[in-house]
Design a protein around this ligand. Structure first.
Ligand code: ADP
Ligand code: MG
Length: 451
């Protein structure tokens, strides 16, 4: 049965998903209406449960003709379990909810991520000022820097710092009302309140905050009604000496379509920016993260990651997590050499689009995209087409049938044949391998510039 399931899943899923998550799992037993699948570790189990359980159940039902319940278990004795589980927990915000303030009708309770505390924030020269300001605000809210406006690029720690203020405050006074909200959430609450004719409770809710943390305020651009309402919320809080903290990917005066009066309000406290971290700071962040998660990594592996992921701390951490997951699944040892395939920063950062694969292949092999989608059997064209199918399989998330569609409605077996052929040739032909790598780089660049 499991072999049949695997065969079918291979057709439905992309190659990386299939190889990392499905092929490495095993069917343990089938009893009555329940199938138990065994995975190498907890990280793997959670991932299967989250992403693939339905697909697997449907496939099994298809083959057996009746529905079965799928249970996923973990093989005994895996050390990475603790580490991996904590990552999975982090990715689902419901685990991190602190049920503090009582919500009024339409307004959700605040959610603070338990990991976003000061003690886990590594201070470097890039974030010294923002960190000091956040700490000052946490110690005496509503005094000096009101509002505190944190700005900096994606993944540089704005949300982390902002929530750290909340945690710190709650430690001092568990009753203080800390509201963390994204701008989007604020807008949604507002819209819901208008619909339900409950503006009163919306206003009461937001204006009762001791500290109001509003994330990604740049998204307020052009939303006239939200700006109007937020202006009043802001003023009420500010006049009452309550603290407002805002985070944005750019300073107030660069947010387009922001009312002048809001722009001036946002700028009246302190604007503190966070820059990308330097190498030393990146090393320190990785070390701290590894320490917290009880991971031992060779120094050169940490250096390798720190030197390849430079502009976004979320990606830096993501690379570390991927490395650990990969090692625990593959059973390889933790060396830079073994990690290269998963940590290749070029192609890894941006999932390639089918379109970019088409464009690059057409360009490099000097054929047209129509040729690639067509049925011509001319040698150069069918070669380019096979290369294209192979690359699409390697660097996109598309399944074999979907790739077939991209190439003008070819059968999935044709796609599979091409992928296997190119893959075999590549193994015995270094010049082809090099060519494929160049193509991959170009696809990566093309995908990125079009994102
Ligand atoms: P932003 O809100 O600026 O996009 P986040 O606050 O969400 O970024 O940070 C992204 C990830 O990087 C989070 O997991 C956060 O804990 C981590 N991080 C960011 N800055 C630091 C830092 N200085 N020290 C430790 N972890 C950090
Ligand atoms: Mg953020």
């Amino acid at each position: 049965l499991w072999t049949q399931v695997l065969e079918r899943l291979q057709l439905q899923l992309s190659r990386p998903s299939f190889e990392s998550w499905i092929k490495t799992a095993n069917a343990e037993r089938l009893e009555d209406n329940s199938l138990t699948i065994c995975t190498p570790n907890a990280f793997h189990r959670n991932w299967l449960q989250k992403r693939y359980i339905k697909t697997i159940a449907d496939t099994v039902q298809d083959i057996l003709g009746y529905p079965v319940e799928i249970h996923v278990t973990v093989a005994q004795g895996d050390e990475s379990v603790r580490f991996a589980e904590s990552e999975v927990a982090r990715s689902s915000p419901s685990n991190d909810t602190t049920p503090k303030a009582s919500p009024s009708n339409n307004v959700k309770p605040p959610e603070l991520n338990q990991k976003y505390v000061f003690s886990r924030f590594v201070v470097g020269s890039n974030s010294r000022m923002a960190h000091a300001a956040a700490l000052a605000v946490a110690e005496s809210p509503g005094r000096e820097f009101n509002p505190l406006f944190l700005c900096g690029g994606v993944g540089l720690g704005k949300t982390h710092l902002m929530q750290a203020i909340g945690h710190y405050r709650l430690e001092i006074d568990a009753n203080s009302k800390i509201f963390y909200v994204s701008t989007e959430q604020f807008t949604n609450d507002l819209i819901a309140s208008i619909r339900k004719d409950s503006m009163q409770s919306f206003r009461e809710h937001y204006r009762a905050a001791d500290i109001l943390l509003v994330d990604d305020i740049q998204f307020i651009e052009g939303k006239e009604y939200t700006q109007e309402e937020f202006f009043h919320t802001f003023n009420t809080l500010h006049e009452a000496g309550k603290q407002v903290v805002l985070a944005s990917d750019r300073p107030p005066n660069q947010i387009p379509k922001l009312q002048a009066r809001l722009c001036s309000r946002f700028s009246m406290g302190l604007i503190a920016d966070i820059q990308p971290p330097d190498f030393e700071t990146r090393m320190a962040i990785l070390q701290k993260k590894a320490e917290y998660e009880n991971m031992r990594l060779p120094r050169n592996v940490i250096e390798y990651i720190a030197s390849n992921y430079t502009s976004n701390i979320r990606e830096l951490e993501g690379a570390l997590i991927r490395a650990v997951a990969y090692i625990s699944i593959s059973g390889l040892s933790m060396t830079v050499e073994n990690l290269r395939p998963v940590l290749n920063p070029g192609i890894e950062k941006v999932a390639a689009s089918a379109e970019s694969v088409m464009m690059v292949v057409a360009d490099v092999y000097d054929v047209s995209v129509e040729d690639l989608k067509g049925n011509s059997r001319r040698r150069e064209i069918s070669w380019a087409r096979q290369i294209g199918m192979y690359l699409m399989r390697q660097y996109t998330d598309l399944s074999l049938p979907r790739i077939g569609e991209e190439f003008g409605g070819k059968d999935h077996t044709t796609v599979l044949y091409s992928c296997e052929k190119i893959s075999q040739l590549k193994d015995s032909d270094p010049s082809l391998e090099q060519k494929l790598r160049q193509l991959a780089d170009r696809i990566s660049i093309t995908s990125r510039s079009r994102n």
